[in-house]
Structure formats: structure tokens, C-alpha cells
Design a protein around this ligand. Structure first.
Ligand SMILES: [Zn+2]
Length: 264
């Protein structure tokens, strides 16, 4: 049964009735709408269809689109109205929703984003026990507060607290972003990853720091019940080495651009 509170508008207002949900749900930073709306529905003992039925059709179109970040020109004009309607229904402010949910296209995130899963310790602090799919900046690889490696969707997030150099590398990225754009940084990071030699065939040929880092990550996460054969382990293990190469790649590229600008 639909268990909603119907509140009449103040006297003298329009005759329409605003529907509000009794239980509020705080959105997680970067949360996908296709996660937030079902959470809001469940918290209020409703189905997603029941929640969508009292929202503008903008929402049904968005959650049925595999890419909810696409700002389609037909939907864009209705975005502000949709945001206000959800804020009213969920008893929050449009600013809070727009700042957290990228589907509204107004999170002020710098640079491209990627799909990942929110750090489970960050969400646990908000009382959320389930995995939350989010879109976060591509250059954000680690929750530095909890030492959690944020893998691409489909791979498990890893506990990297055994490798403080991985957490330090994320801090280094944050500092580098004062000097370059996220796009320049992503390009330099990918170039650096390509420059790091592939995983050697024999154990003896594995550099000492990798030999320590990879088993440390695998052991720690195996204890959390995760299998140890994901690409995420090697990406996380290579991360400090790749980020160490980034400043050099950035300055080489800057010199290249200077030379091109000066050439007749
Ligand atoms: Zn966290």
C-alpha cells in the first residue's frame, strides 16, 4: 500500500497536493540515480515504480537509460523542475541532491568521471550497508581516509592499508592537480602505466617493491573473502610507481608544447 504523507499547500496556494515521503535518505557523493531512487523507495516501504509514479517522467527516462549521465537535449529543459520535485518528495534541498547525484549534471566535479563503487567504510558511516554504485572523477583511485582502492565497476574494492605508498600516491595526485588539468593527469598516468614493464614471467625478475606490495594486498584482501586474481591488484600495486613517473611526463609534454608553439 502506498504509505505517503499528503500535505496540502498553504491556504491560498494552488489546489494541487504535494506528496512527501516520511523517511529521508541521504545521497552518497557521486551516487547513481538508479541506486538512490530504489534506496529512497525501500526506506519508505515502496516500490521503485510507486516512487516513479509520483515524480515527473524525467526520472523514468533517466533510470531506463544505460547512461544516466548523458544530458539529452530533450531532457535538459526539464532538469530543474525534476530536481525540485525530487527534493520536495525526499524532503531535502535541490542543492544537496544536485551536489551529490551526477545525473543532474551539476556536481562541479572536475574532469571526466568513471563508474565505481563507493568506499564501503564511508557509506557505513552513513548507516548504508549495501554497495553503492557511484560516478567519481577518473583520477580519484583511493579513499585516502580509509585506504580503500576504488576499482572500476565489476572488480572488488581493495583494502590497501598495508601499502601506505598507494595512499600517498593519491595525495600526490591531489597536489599535481594544482598544476595541471584532470585530463592532462589522466593522460600522463596512462602513459606511465604503459611505460612500466609488464608483469615479469619469473618470480626472480619481479622488482622487490612489487614483490612486497602485491602479496601484501592479496593477503589482506583474501582475509576479507576476496579472490586474488583480479586486475585491480596489479593496477593498485603499480599505482605508486606510475604516479612517480607522472611529473616527468607532464613536464616533457609541456616542453614539447613550448617547442611546437615556438616553431615557425
Ligand atoms: Zn572511505
Amino acid at each position: 500500500m502506498l504509505d505517503l504523507i499528503n500535505r496540502s499547500r498553504p491556504l491560498g496556494g494552488p489546489a494541487e497536493r504535494a506528496v512527501v515521503l516520511p523517511r529521508t535518505v541521504t545521497p552518497i557523493t557521486g551516487e547513481q540515480l538508479s541506486s538512490y531512487l530504489p534506496r529512497l523507495a525501500r526506506a519508505n516501504h515502496l516500490t521503485l515504480a510507486e516512487v516513479l509514479a509520483v515524480l515527473p517522467p524525467w526520472f523514468a527516462t533517466k533510470v531506463n537509460n544505460p547512461d544516466e549521465l548523458a544530458q539529452h537535449h530533450m531532457l535538459a529543459p526539464a532538469t530543474t523542475g525534476a530536481l525540485s520535485a525530487l527534493a520536495r518528495l525526499a524532503r531535502t534541498t535541490p542543492q544537496r541532491l544536485a551536489g551529490a547525484l551526477p545525473a543532474f549534471g551539476a556536481t562541479h566535479t572536475r574532469g571526466p568521471v568513471r563508474a565505481t563503487t563507493a568506499c564501503h567504510l564511508c557509506t557505513a558511516r552513513r548507516g548504508v550497508g549495501e554497495p553503492i554504485p557511484v560516478h567519481l572523477p577518473v583520477h580519484l583511485k583511493v579513499c585516502t581516509r580509509h585506504g580503500i582502492w576504488l576499482s572500476d565497476t565489476g572488480q572488488p574494492n581493495l583494502d590497501v592499508t598495508a601499502c601506505p605508498d598507494i595512499i600517498a600516491a593519491q595525495h600526490r595526485i591531489n597536489r599535481l592537480l594544482r598544476q595541471c588539468t584532470p585530463q592532462q593527469l589522466i593522460y600522463a598516468h596512462e602513459s606511465a602505466l604503459a611505460a612500466i614493464t609488464p608483469w615479469p614471467a619469473t618470480q626472480d625478475a619481479i622488482p622487490l617493491h612489487w614483490r612486497h606490495r602485491l602479496p601484501a594486498l592479496q593477503t589482506l584482501n583474501h582475509h576479507r573473502g576476496l579472490s586474488t586474481d583480479h586486475d585491480a591488484y596489479t593496477r593498485a600495486a603499480k599505482f605508486p610507481d606510475a604516479i612517480a613517473l607522472v611529473p616527468e611526463i607532464l613536464s616533457a609534454r609541456e616542453n614539447e608544447q613550448d617547442l611546437m608553439a615556438r616553431s615557425p
